[in-house]
Design a protein around this ligand. Sequence first.
Ligand code: 0X9
Ligand code: ZN
Length: 422
Amino acid sequence: MRLLWLLATLVALTSAGILKDSSKERYDNFRVYKLTIQNKIQLAVIEKIGELTKKYNIWKEYDERSRQIDIMVSPGELNHFQELLKFNNISSELMIENVQERIDEEQVTPTADSATFGWTKYYELEEIEAWLDEILNAYPSVTEEFIVGKSYEGRTIRGIKISHKAGNPGIFIESNIHAREWITSASATWFINQLLTSEDADVRSLADNYDWHIIPVFNVDGFEYSHKKDRMWRKTRQPHATNACIGADANRNFDSYWLQNNGASNNPCSETFAGDNPGSEPEAKALVEYLTKIQDQISVYISFHSYGQYLLSPYGHTKEEFPENYNDILTIGKAFADAIEALPYGTVYQYGSTADVLYVATGTSVDWVFNELGKKIGYTIEYRDKGRYGFILPPVQIIPNCEELMVGMLALIEKTKELGYL
Ligand code: 0X9
Ligand code: ZN
């Protein structure tokens, strides 16, 4: 009986947040600032401190157009950081005052959703996989599981193919390559569900006339780690032979301009570490092999990310050159952005080449598919928001974000078809 009381008290204290889960990284009083950069020296200073990974974490790399960079600062470093800003004359806006508070709010579980899978909370890998199994069971004639391969920790990287008839052009979606971008797998599962259940005529034609290959959670190890240990984890989980820092940025590990033009880092502690060589991460290697095998079935490749509200296209490696079909790529991008902005939310998406509208990024999956597999249409979607919540997008925004995805996707596919790519 006493034990029971003890247990009940423990449960009560834990759920009240009094007893903290010490096995989880905490972000009490960590702040996120949006900085506006005016010159190269300021940028160099911020990029340098960004490498001090225990004290700082770059949430959003320097974006040349807006001249902004989002950075998380640990409480112990705050005074020093503020002095540094003052000394270097860097202007800042406080976006998040206490990251842990945002994380706690995000975890609130609506009871209505606890029994059935829905889109008013974020789910863990195990729950997403169980849902995927249910879907595969419920729609056996139009769905099929595909296996990309194994992660470093031995998890299976799974995908679902939805095909209503033979001979459809294929669209490939890879999601949650960055672990902390939880809105991406929530959006991918929502999208799968819509393709299978929606009665809207436009969505039905999207489902009927294309083959969809969707990986809801690509970086399985990182995603699991982001739930169980560290909400802000981005990379893979493979240890490094000569450095204590773990993992690489899977979206810098593909063999396309790998580690060139400052589009990635060779520092294992950086959030954009390219890995020791292209394909050093088992996940990226497996995807390359899988895509190479099925390349004839794919016409369009899309990668889901957050945050910033962009539709990004190749090239990531340079802003001096653009693909020969860049005009078409922009026309499709405009259709996507216009459709989203026309919704009552009025959300604005920017579109254009990664290097032009965001920053130089090399070794990304989309650029690999574009440059190495020769696919003509490939995009990265960076979902909501612009930094108010950043990666910790509140669950109430999942469905609005997904509604935007659907109208955007309908417009994107329609325009892609009109221009003769599908
Ligand atoms: O830096 C990235 O990998 C992406 N942004 S994020 O903030 N989610 O990390 C942008 C990737 C751009 N994609 C391509 N160049 N294909
Ligand atoms: Zn990302």
